[in-house]
Design a protein around this ligand. Sequence first.
Ligand code: ADE
Length: 224
Amino acid sequence: MKMRIDIVTLFPEVFRYFDISIIKKAKLKNIVNINIHNIRDFSEDKHRKVDDRPYGGGPGMVLQLQPIYKCLKFLAVYPNKSSKTKIILTKPGGVLWNQNFAKDFACNVERLVLICGHYQGVDNRVSEYFVDLEVSIGEYVLTGGEIPAMVIVDSIVRLIPGVLGNHLSTNKETYTDDIKYNYPLYTRPSVFTTEEGYTLSVPKILTEGNHKEIEKWKQQNINL
Ligand code: ADE
C-alpha cells in the first residue's frame, strides 16, 4: 500500500533532505509520495502574514488558524477524512514519538499530514478541531517543527516494506524486541594502525570464521 505524506510548513526548503537519503529511494520506488506545502501560500492576508500576537498577552507570536485551515481544505482532509488519514502537529509538549508509533503508522496509516509548529505556538483551535496527535520528538525545545517532522517521516518510511533493500534489517535493529541484535559491528581492515603508532584491532573471533564462536561472541556482547 502506497503512503501519501503531506507536510505543512513555513520552511519548505528544509525538506530537500527528502531528495537525498533513503527517502529518495522510497519515492523513486513509488512506495511513498511526499508533498511539501508552504503555509504562507494559504494566507488570505495581503502581505501573506501567517502569525499574530497571542490573546491575553505574553511573549512571541502565534501561528494563525486561517492559513492552516485553508491548507487542510486544499488537502481534502477537512471537513471529512478517512480513518486511515492522520493529522500530526509537532509540538514540544506533545506525546513522545517512539518506535511503536513509527511501526503503527507504517502499518496502519495511508495518508499522513504533518503540520510543523512554529513561533511561540500554534492557535490551539488547530489542535482542538483538526489534529489527531500532538507529537514531541524529545524533551528539549527546537526552533521549529521541521526537524521533528523529518524525524517522524524518516522513522516511519524506513519501516514500510520494500523501502530498505534488506527486509530483515528493520527487525535486526536496536529497538523494542529487536534489542537482542544490538552487538558491536566492525568492518575492514581488521587491523588499523594510527599515525601515532597505536594498533586498533577487531576482536579476533570475528575474523576467524568459526560461526558457532561468532554467534556466542555476539550473544555475549549485546548492548555494549
Ligand atoms: N517544536 C519545538 N521543539 C519540539 C520538539 N522537541 N518536538 C516536536 N516539536 C517541537
